[in-house]
Write a protein that binds this ligand. Structure first.
Ligand code: SF4
Length: 311
């Protein structure tokens, strides 16, 4: 997949499907002694998989930044918020401490921390979960990165704070023209924020399309399952669909299509041959079903979801 400046790419899938590992690989944060990465990760033409550690340190936190799920584990509990922001600015810029402090304050205001001038000298434990996540966003954007990776940035937050944080990320991403990769298990989050969606299952991309296309004409049975399990407020859904079974072990994945033990459309070919990702930039998927069946099932799923009937 690729993501352009100003664009939002959502990566969705169940816990353990490889979403975070994919992004840690992009950041070069997988230990090269124990992890094997193949293929290419091109950032402005530079392959990050073969770039040396020194160059990766220059890129991380500067040209590519990441927001993690739990801000408490990313912030140092014994240092003041302001000091941590200043360090992030000083590490990659030729500026004085005074300038770094001014930049930190400016970023705290940008992400909506009330009374930023006073709160800049507070410790992380003096902030609520939502405010800590705002601080992490400020830290990620302090060096105006070209690519921002947000790994489940709102999972640990209540729904009201989640909406606020998503709003802050989207507003800043629009303003700065940053390319954004949003990792989530929540289709609702990507529906609101993403331009394109990649659906992952068992460490494989199973579907990839613009957001409108995925929601109106999903082609993969796993995506159908995800959509059926989405709670709706606009219609009275009697019962949410459940995808039976468990995600497979990545150490010993099933032969053929990795979704075959849980798929209600499984054919014999599915147990033998892994379906390739086929299609074009407007929509690609990895499933052996024929196009007519995919179209028909997507239309019937949309009809059922629109009516709110049990799936
Ligand atoms: Fe289901 Fe077969 Fe398609 Fe896999 S390839 S999703 S098992 S129909």
């Amino acid at each position: 997949f690729s993501v352009e400046p100003g664009q939002v790419l959502g990566i969705v899938g169940e816990s353990g499907c490889g979403k975070s590992v994919t992004c840690l690989t992009v950041m070069g944060l997988n230990d090269r002694k124990v992890a094997t990465s193949t293929g290419q990760v091109l950032f402005r033409g530079e392959d990050l998989l073969t770039t040396d550690a020194k160059r990766l340190r220059e890129i991380r936190g500067n040209e590519i930044a990441m927001i993690f799920q739990d801000p408490m584990t990313s912030l140092n509990p014994v240092h003041k918020i302001g000091k941590q922001l200043e360090e992030a600015a000083l590490l990659h810029n030729d500026m004085t401490k005074k300038e770094a402090r001014a930049r930190s304050l400016e970023m705290l205001k940008v992400v909506g921390i009330p009374h930023a001038t006073r709160r800049v000298d507070d410790y992380p434990h003096q902030f609520s979960g939502g405010m800590r996540q705002r601080v992490m966003i400020a830290m990620a954007l302090i060096n105006s990165p070209d690519l921002l990776i947000a790994d489940e940035p709102t999972t640990a937050l209540d729904v009201t704070t989640q909406a606020q944080i998503l709003g802050v990320i989207k507003k800043l991403q629009d303003e700065f023209g940053t390319a954004l990769i949003m990792i989530t298990h929540d289709l609702g989050v990507v529906a609101e924020t993403a331009d394109e969606i990649v659906v992952m299952y068992s460490a494989k991309v199973v579907e990839h399309a613009p957001v409108q296309e995925i929601f109106s004409r999903p082609r993969h049975p796993y995506t159908w399952g995800l959509m059926g399990s989405l709670p709706r407020l606009d219609v009275n859904v009697e019962r949410l669909v459940q995808i039976p079974g468990q995600p497979p072990s990545l150490l010993n994945p099933p032969k053929g299509c990795r979704f075959n033990p849980r798929c209600e459309y499984t054919m014999s070919v599915c147990r033998e041959a892994e379906p390739p990702l086929v299609g074009d930039a407007s929509h690609e998927d990895a499933c052996h079903l024929d196009s007519a069946t995919k179209e028909r099932e997507a239309a019937s799923l949309n009809e059922v979801l629109a009516s709110g009937a049990a799936v």
